[in-house]
Design a binder for this molecule. Structure first.
Ligand code: ADP
Ligand code: MG
Length: 701
């Protein structure tokens, strides 16, 4: 069937009048035949089984029963009427119940004739009932050619209330297949079909809507999922290739004195293999004359900073400036101090620019930047202001990209005549499968190894009732010279309440850990930043034993002597936040601990989060769980959710298919970049269509 047929407006399908057309468009976004064809079932009901009423279990989800109606009555209740039919088979009696559509049902139900009913059962007052059953006369049921695996299509309340039930959608689908004679154009190439033993398109579509059996359904789904993911990857990879071909970058082909001097004389430790590999990847990228667009993923403490610094040296060695942007003031300052210290034997000019930089200093920085007298500029969002003009920015590094919108990222690009190379660093590892689909057009480097000698942070979950024991443990640690973080949640919606929790907590801690033996720092969002810094610094210098804080310390702060992280109301934190917080300890040589404090009442999700934290320190594993709990949209923010609006594949479950789809997309484009070889014609055609009819394949961004 050619694509013109599939572009026919849905109004023209037999069985779809103006009302139904309007509803299908509005509720499900179905405008054309193609849209309907791509409405894939959410699940399938297994109608191969028949139950007896006497066999029903209270847990039975959906069941199919053969029996007869003996009696129908209307029951008056508080709000309106309910229609109740007594339904029997040779093993027992149950009730069928309707809350709507009485008249029609009453007039059409036939007593004492065998029916097949299907639906969910409820157990109440010692008997079973089934609300709004699907019903069919046994005689018709036996004749029907409907498959035993019955598809359940996505629906909305409005649709089902307007009579567009699952059965109606199923009927429309049958009509569509009738009119198309189940003849749909193949959209993958022959070699792909052969190599992967995929079902042909028509067969796959037929079996996904009318599965002949479990095995064919599985193959049909596989084929369609593969296709969906394949075209997303094809799009992303092509974008990346075009980007590389089109967007020239400054080629940093020199490895000069900054890099080599530092590398051979001032490295404070030996790089891990993962760090070396990543530095090499970045060096290669910077050395080509395409603009680098790279995401650097590495768990907390994996040592991304040194990689950033080495990359900046490469820019400097080629006569360019570099900048490093961090999401918070504290973190920028820490980066600044750390990098200044690492560079103290080098002749590098490094400056810090944040919101609290004084006006006179700011002016000076602006000027020096324009004259090229500053090599490395470190700071917050302040770097993005229009007044900040680099002489020749060659490399922009962004730490913790989650806090920066994509728009801001692109703003950095436009600072200069030519775009600088961009390296985005993140400590919240995104599951690889997700990264591949969302960032498929970025190159990705991963530091998957921690520096040697790190001890895993021991993590435990304790209930509030055990608080005294926990305090005793803290005292032991402090007496050994360690420092402790105690963190309270901060949730924007109820800042006042959080503040109260924090202050109450602080008071009880202050009572338990009295001065002068114990010194306590406190940092929270309502403090002025000078006060925050003062308190923070006391802790960094070891003058205080305990840091009581809201999550402002979440990102980046580095106090190697701190060995215990207590997280209060841990059930209120998300997984990635818990993991980030835990990353604040375990930075020194000592065994570190993370104590998750909670009340007794925990939701299932909260329990899973806590168990995950106790079980593993691996950020990737944690992010996989997080993805399962929250779903991809939530995890990535709304910006990227369009990319993840998949029709049949599931990012969380179909990671394997995604990997295969990606590798084949790469292979196809490598062999035939313009998709002009004869065997690739179906791919070229489909790809062109996908980009033309954007509304059909809304996952193509
Ligand atoms: P993150 O990836 O979380 O930004 P950092 O760059 O802050 O991690 O590094 C964490 C700590 O590990 C720092 O104290 C740093 O000096 C140290 N570090 C980094 N790389 C190594 C290494 N290869 N060997 C030993 N220590 C390292
Ligand atoms: Mg860092």
């Amino acid at each position: 069937m050619n694509s013109n047929f599939l572009q026919t407006p849905i109004d023209y399908l037999k069985g779809v009048g103006p009302n139904r057309a309007a509803l299908l468009k509005k509720e499900l976004g179905i405008h054309t035949f193609q849209d309907l064809l791509n409405l894939f079932p959410n699940r399938y009901l297994d109608r191969t089984q028949y139950y007896k009423i006497g066999q029903l279990q209270q847990t039975n989800a959906e069941v199919q029963i053969i029996g007869k109606i003996t009696h129908i009555k209307s029951v008056q209740q508080q709000r309106g009427k309910r229609l109740v039919a007594t339904f029997i088979d040779e093993t027992g009696t149950m009730e069928l119940v309707w809350f709507r559509g009485h008249k029609w049902i009453k007039e059409n139900l036939k007593p004492n004739v065998p029916y097949v009913i299907f639906g969910k059962t409820n157990w109440f007052n010692g008997s079973f009932s089934m609300p709004h059953p699907e019903m069919e006369l046994l005689e018709a049921h036996e004749k029907s050619i409907r498959s035993a695996m019955q598809p359940v299509y996505p629906s909305t309340e409005k649709l089902s209330n307007s009579g567009i039930t699952n059965r109606v959608v199923n009927g429309l689908m049958q009509q569509l297949f009738l009119e198309s004679q189940n003849n749909f154009e193949e959209s993958l190439s022959k070699p792909l079909l052969d190599q992967l033993k995929l079902l042909p398109k028509s067969e796959a579509l037929f079996n996904v809507h009318f599965p002949k059996n479990q095995a064919l359904l599985a193959r049909a789904q596989y084929r369609l999922k593969f296709e969906e993911l394949f075209y997303i990857q094809l799009q992303l990879i092509r974008k990346n290739l075009i980007h590389k071909a089109k967007i020239k970058g400054y080629p940093f082909d020199k490895i000069g004195s900054n890099f080599t001097t530092f590398y051979s004389h001032h490295l404070p430790f030996q790089l891990t293999e993962a760090q070396k590999r990543v530095v090499k990847e970045i060096r290669n990228d910077l050395g080509s004359n395409a603009q680098m667009n790279r995401l650097l993923q590495g768990d907390v403490g994996s040592g991304k900073t040194i990689v950033a610094l080495l990359s900046m040296f490469i820019a400097l060695d080629n006569g360019f400036q570099a900048c490093l942007m961090a999401p918070t003031e504290i973190l920028s300052v820490q980066h600044y101090n750390g990098i200044v210290e690492l560079c103290n034997n080098l002749n590098t000019s490094i400056e810090l620019l944040t919101g609290s930089t004084k006006a006179s200093k700011r002016k000076e920085i602006h000027k020096k930047l324009e004259y090229g007298e500053i090599n490395i500029l470190i700071g917050t969002h302040a770097l993005l202001e229009d007044t900040v003009k680099f002489k020749n920015l060659g490399l922009a590094i962004i730490d913790e990209q989650h806090r920066f919108g994509v728009a801001q990222r692109s703003k950095l690009w436009h600072k200069n005549e030519y775009p600088p190379h961009v390296l985005v660093m993140t400590a919240t590892p995104i599951p690889r499968t997700l990264a591949m689909s969302v960032y498929g057009d970025l190159d990705i480097s991963v530091i998957d190894e921690l520096p040697p000698g790190r001890k895993e942070v021991k993590t435990v979950h304790r209930f509030d009732s055990n608080r005294l024991k926990v305090f005793r443990f803290l005292k032991d640690e402090i007496s050994k010279g360690r420092q402790v973080y105690i963190v309270y949640p901060l949730i924007q919606e109820s800042e006042a309440l959080d503040y109260k929790d924090l202050m109450d907590g602080y008071e009880s801690i202050a009572r338990e850990f009295p001065m002068p033996n114990y010194q306590i720092s406190i940092v929270h969002g309502q403090m002025k930043s000078v006060d925050k810094d003062f308190e923070m610094n006391r802790f960094v210098k070891g003058e205080t034993h305990i840091m009581v804080a809201t999550t402002v310390i979440e990102v980046g702060v580095d106090v190697p002597n701190a060995s215990v992280m207590v997280i209060e109301s841990a059930e209120r934190f998300g997984l990635s936040q818990l993991h980030q917080l835990r990353g604040r300890v375990g930075r020194g040589a000592e065994q570190s601990y993370c104590i998750l404090m909670t009340g007794n009442k925990l939701s299932d999700d909260a329990r899973t989060r806590l168990e995950t934290m106790v079980r593993t320190n691996d950020g990737f594993e944690i992010s996989e769980v997080d993805l399962k709990l929250r779903g991809p949209g939530d995890l990535m923010g709304t910006q990227q959710s369009g990319v993840l609006n998949l029709r049949i594949a599931d990012i969380m479950k179909d990671g394997e298919i995604l990997k295969i789809a990606r590798s084949y997309a790469i292979q196809v484009l490598k062999q035939d970049p313009s998709l002009s070889q004869p065997e690739n014609i179906p791919i070229k055609k489909t790809f062109a269509q996908l980009t033309r009819y954007k509304n059909i394949w809304n996952y193509i961004s």
